[in-house]
Design a protein around this ligand. Structure first.
Ligand SMILES: Nc1ncnc2c1ncn2[C@@H]1O[C@H](COP(=O)(O)OP(=O)(O)OP(=O)(O)O)[C@@H](O)[C@H]1O
Ligand SMILES: [Mg+2]
Length: 529
């Protein structure tokens, strides 16, 4: 490609610059940011460098020179296009400009002869639509670029390639066997019911030019759809929106690390990031208003997903009122004089969930810490709990699943007694008939925004990521809609229920300042602590 063509490309596309290095010329110029290809350098996957700047800075005014073909909308579209993490999901409201941004993202590399990209949709029909959009955008953004219908591929004059294809059934991945890409995009990721295709394609992400080009997997999607649950676990649950995080295993929630014996043993593998989208980020659709009106007319759970981009709404959810904006607060240091207690649902083979609660002066209950572990013996759990709460300055009491007092046929102390003997003191939860439903109702009552205080009486600090992920996704029991489905992942929910039921909302008539400084009954008469 001649220098002229290269310059032309840089003038046609206005992509975000992020923190990329710019040439002196471009730094001094005031015109609109022009192309770019480089992703910011501050967040790096451990094993690869970010791409060096390769773009020719314009030496005359872009806008005067010609129309800018593509300029990202301010906000998430810009953030998406300048993200440097290995795997990024741009997801949320319909019409936010996600697919358009997905098409624009590979433009950063097409000018490089070694660039090899793959953009997939779930089926061939959906792919057509995306190809049509690319046919409007690419020839203007990359002059001289050619579309090969036979290969379903874009080839830039410099040799960079982008294959636009489909990936429907799991067996379709064989189409990509033996191929190597440095950029892979999935449009509408939740259309894939399992993470199989996404995980498989990660193995196709390699390039001998990765230092120069970077290695990127990009996805866009609306909430809802067959793959809602796994996509939420992979991208939304592990960290606050917009914040890069080390990739976790979606089942265990643990950071994925290089295995034993590897030269990088124990180091995290790569970073992920979720960038939320809203219809209002996209002036091209938001201003018209008709589209918003159409979304407003949808049933509530669909409206929350498609208009508000809300990931916590799934049909049949037991706690549809749970809302991150209302029920999740920034972590802060709990003042020493606030009462604290903890609750636990124990499971060795499955999971153990422990929650720590504190009571604010206005009686709001705040879950300030969680522990979610698997395969930990009762005795080790006691040590772990005592260690994390060493600086808490005293726990008023702890409540534990009452079945842990049962002897399991063997001699010796029960699991609860083993923990009590270590100094990790517990009293048994209420397991009487009706206690499950009473507990659920109490959680609803506390999640409701109090008319007088204008806030809910139960909130979670944002470090309690597993709890925040699980509570809104617990389904109702289809046979008994009064209760949650006990087959769902419910250990943290049970811990929450045990904790909350030790301290039902205080009633002014119970209040006895001499006996109950904070207006609740903390001790258990049977067990005395
Ligand atoms: N930066 C931009 N410049 C010009 N037009 C844009 C830009 N971003 C979005 N648009 C326009 O907005 C329309 C909607 O965007 P897009 O189809 O990308 O949204 P989406 O988030 O993928 O929607 P859906 O959730 O329905 O898939 C596009 O057809 C495109 O014309
Ligand atoms: Mg789209």
């Amino acid at each position: 490609m001649s220098k002229d063509v290269e310059k032309h490309l840089s003038l046609n596309v206005s992509l975000p610059s992020g923190s990329k290095k710019r040439s002196r010329k471009s730094r001094s110029s005031k015109h609109k940011e022009s192309v770019h290809t480089q992703k910011p350098a501050e967040i790096e996957a451990p094993q690869h460098e970010t791409i060096p700047a390769q773009v020719v800075a314009p030496d005359y005014d872009v806008e005067e020179a010609q129309e800018v073909v593509f300029k990202p909308n301010d906000g998430p579209q810009t953030t998406f296009l300048s993200s440097s993490e290995r795997e990024v999901l741009y997801g949320g409201a319909a019409g936010g400009g996600k697919s358009y941004a997905m098409l624009a993202d590979p433009l950063h590399g097409l000018n490089n002869p070694h660039f090899s990209g793959l953009l997939v949709r779930h089926t061939t029909e959906e792919l057509r639509e995306l190809i049509q959009k690319s046919q409007e955008l690419y020839p203007r953004a990359v002059p001289g670029i050619k579309w090969s219908e036979r290969k379903s591929q874009w080839i830039s004059p410099k040799g960079g390639r982008l294959w636009m294809s489909y990936l429907d059934k799991d067996t379709d991945v064989t189409r990509y066997q033996g191929q190597a890409f440095n950029w892979i995009g999935f449009d509408e990721l939740t259309q894939w019911p399992t993470p199989y295709a996404w995980d498989y394609m990660r193995s196709r992400l390699r390039s001998t030019y990765s230092k120069e080009l970077g290695l990127y997997m990009r996805a866009t999607t609306n909430p809802g759809g067959a793959g809602h649950a796994w996509v939420k676990k992979m991208f939304i649950d592990p960290a606050a929106a917009g914040k890069p995080f080390w990739a976790t295993d979606i089942e265990s929630g643990k950071t994925i690390k290089f295995p034993k014996g590897h030269s990088k043993e124990g180091q995290p593998l790569f970073k992920r990031r979720f960038i939320p989208a809203s219809l209002f980020d996209n002036p091209y659709l938001a201003e018209e208003g008709d589209y918003e009106a159409m979304l407003l007319s949808l049933p509530e759970h669909q409206r929350k997903q498609l208009l508000e981009g809300n990931w916590d709404i799934s049909e049949g959810a037991a706690f549809p009122e749970f809302d991150r904006a209302t029920h999740v607060i920034e972590q802060f240091d709990v003042p020493n004089n606030w009462v604290r207690f903890r609750a636990c649902d124990y499971g060795y083979g499955s999971y153990t969930g422990v929650l720590w609660f504190t009571i604010a002066p206005d009686e709001q209950l705040i879950v300030y810490r969680e522990m979610y572990v698997s395969k930990v013996t009762a005795s080790d759990l006691a040590d772990m709990i005592l260690e994390v709460e060493a600086k808490d300055g005293g726990m008023r009491y702890g409540v534990l699943d009452s079945s842990l007092w049962h002897n399991r046929g063997d001699t010796g102390p029960s699991l609860a007694e083993q923990m009590n003997m270590k100094g990790c003191r517990w009293r048994p939860s209420d397991r009487s008939r009706g206690s499950r439903i009473a507990g659920k109702n109490e959680i609803h009552r506390r999640l409701k925004v109090d008319d007088f205080l204008e806030k809910p009486m139960l909130v979670f600090m944002n470090n309690c990521v597993n709890t925040i992920a699980q509570i809104p996704s617990i389904p109702l029991d289809k046979k008994n809609p009064e209760d949650v489905d006990t087959k769902a992942e419910d250990h943290l929910y049970d811990a929450l229920r045990y904790g909350i039921m030790t301290r039902p909302r205080s009633n002014i008539w119970d209040y006895n300042p001499a006996k109950q400084r904070t207006g609740f009954q903390a001790s258990d008469t049977t067990f005395g602590y």
